[in-house]
Design a protein around this ligand. Sequence first.
Ligand code: PLP
Length: 395
Amino acid sequence: MSFKKDMTGKNDSGLADKLSTLFSEAFDGENGSITPPIVQSSLFTFDSYEAFEDRMAGRTTNAIYTRVQNPTVAAFESTMSRAEGAEAAVAFASGMGGVAATMLALVKPGDKIVCVKHVYPDAYRLFERILRPFGVDTSYHSPDEFENNPELLKGVAVAYLESPNSLMFETMNLATVASHAKRHGVTTVIDNSWATPVFQRPLEHGIDVSLHSASKYISGHSDTVAGVVVSSNEIIHRIRDLTLPLLGAKLAPFEAFLLTRGLRTLVPRMQRHEQSANTLIERLLTLPAIERVNTVTVDPASNISGRSGLFSVQFAPSIDIRTFCNALTLFKLGVSWGGFESLALPARVALAQAEAENSMQRFGVPENLVRFSVGLEGVDDLWDDLNNAITKAMQ
Ligand SMILES: *Cc1c(COP(=O)(O)O)cnc(C)c1O
């Protein structure tokens, strides 16, 4: 199933409608309730010795203990796995909980990871600070190399992808990369947080594992930190058996409830984020103060059907980034993204937080770059805010 639309964001096809219905059916209601119950219980009891023994021996599947399994969490997981066309899903206390549990389930000492350049900085730190000392080597490559150099994947255990990638929003053709990977027996993992299942369903293009920071668009309200991983039964089983219970980064029932709440409005929110981003980018590109907008290009050949509300802007040297940021009022300054409120993250501030090994320094992110997350406020108000701040920041 593919979902193509033009850049104006008006041409919705069936997938968005299907997902809307799926998300509104996130669980089987009891007593007419239209939201899932929050099952705030750490453990689940058994009626008999035999029932207890059957469950421990794996002959039945009901919940035992919330570190591994919980009905509210399961409602979120099953909706996400259906949304991405996967067999199964497992949720985590954070996006990084999901990234770490996935990678630790897939690699062993001596293995090699190939990773996309400009990857999310904490994924980079996981590879460099935790996995490298344990004997797992990671190298970093452009989306172009992934597509055009099939030999890149020779002798590799896992390809770790983001498309689009962080800050620079470069994309790759997932079907091409997945077919190179299959030829070399490489497991492919993609961070799909930016696109969400509304705009990209990586498993349909042959990618093995799709994971999300659910703290962003999936929650949609900037009020929870969470993660989710979708894949085959086999890979999700390996994670559930190994790194979910033993690293313990489980999702809490209340957070899972917030996520099922967020999912119900995911489709119309994504449409609105994108429409507003389209309008702002169109207007920004008319200004001489803007050198370049880094954003997803949506064309019929690509596997991504929307740019979402995220992009970054490279300002001309005539713009003082500090003055620009301090002049913003509707756009708030902060990390993360995907909620109601619009946010700006200047690259230089992100660099100030980074250690020397940080991937932004290593791979060169322009210093006059600001990433924007376009929220759900009125687009003309957002434009006035940007335009005023740019005028004030002209040197
Ligand atoms: C935020 C983010 C993460 C990490 O997710 P947390 O929920 O903050 O742990 C991973 N990947 C991307 C692209 C992100 O934006």
